[in-house]
Each structure stands twice: as structure tokens, then as C-alpha cells.
Ligand binder design. Sequence first.
Ligand SMILES: [Zn+2]
Length: 199
Amino acid sequence: MNTIRNFNSTGWIELITGCMFAGKTEEFIKRIHRHKFAKNKTIVFKPLIDTRYSEKHIISHSGAKLECINVENSHKILDYYHKTVKKEPVKVVGIDEVQFLDEGIVDVIEMLANQGVIVIVNGLDKDFRSNPFKNVDKLLSSAEVVDKLLAVCFQCGADANRTQRIVNGVPAKSDEPTILISGNEKYEARCRKCYIRPE
Ligand SMILES: [Zn+2]
């Protein structure tokens, strides 16, 4: 990871991205913990849509755990930040699963960084059709630091940067919803060669 020295209260944006099973959540939790060790005031948010594991925690596949605040939209993040900052300075804001938030989040992140906050953002860069995911597409250009992590292809073991959605054992069709948390689908990390573009 590239590091940026923190002169006075310069803010910046760090984006952790890639496909599923690349270890993004693990990296996100690790990076937030570094700031907690240093006693930097840190607030972590995740969209309310993602309740797969725990409502008040972000949990990685390997079991690392981080307390967070569930929010319905980007305004709630701004409100919470303003309320907290009246009591004490906030040094770090973490945002998980940024692709599930409304598009207003990009401006909120910019504003926080402009105010001197280190904003650590985690999100998928592509949906199951391999199209760019909203919010992450814009953050890829505005972030000071981008770490694009690779997974291992479930089919052949090569480096993988695509997410294949599988429903009833076959690749999902392209007209399925972009965001789907039904429990019937499963996902695989796949390389360029093994990924099947949905029809
Ligand atoms: Zn492969």
C-alpha cells in the first residue's frame, strides 16, 4: 500500500476495491484498526442493506470483526459526522460496501476529505455483469490511494478480478437485479478466461 504522511490535518481518500473473495474486508478492518491503535477518533459506517452476518459489526470471511453504524443513505453519514465532530475531532471515517449506497456518497466522501478526514472506503469495482459499480467508478479517479485486490479463480487457480453470480448451478442472466441478497445465489471469483459474461 502507498502511504501518505499526515501533515497537520490533511485529509485524503483511500479506496480498497476488487472482486469478491479478494480479502477486501480483511484489509479494510486491518486499516481501520491501525488508526484505532493510535487513538485516532474513527467512525465506521455500512449500508443497512448488508445484514448477512451481523447488524452492528463488519465481519470478514476469516472472522475479523469491526464495530460499525448502519446507515440508510449518505445523508445519515453526514449527520452522524456533524454530530460527533461537535463533541470531538474525527480523524478517520470508514465506509464499507460503498457500492450499495446512493450516489450522494461520492460528494460526502469528497467533503470529508476536504475537511481533513482520512476516508477509508471499501467496495466492489464491478457487478456480476462485469460492469463498473456505481460510486466505486468515480472514487477510482478521486481517491489518493487505490488498492485493487485480486482473488484466486475458483475454476483454474489463476489471479481473478471478476465476480460470477451463480443461480441453480449456472451463471445468472444479465437481466437479474444488480443488487440481490436473496440467499439463493452464490458467487465465485473468476479470472478473465473462466468468467462467463451473462446473456
Ligand atoms: Zn480461471
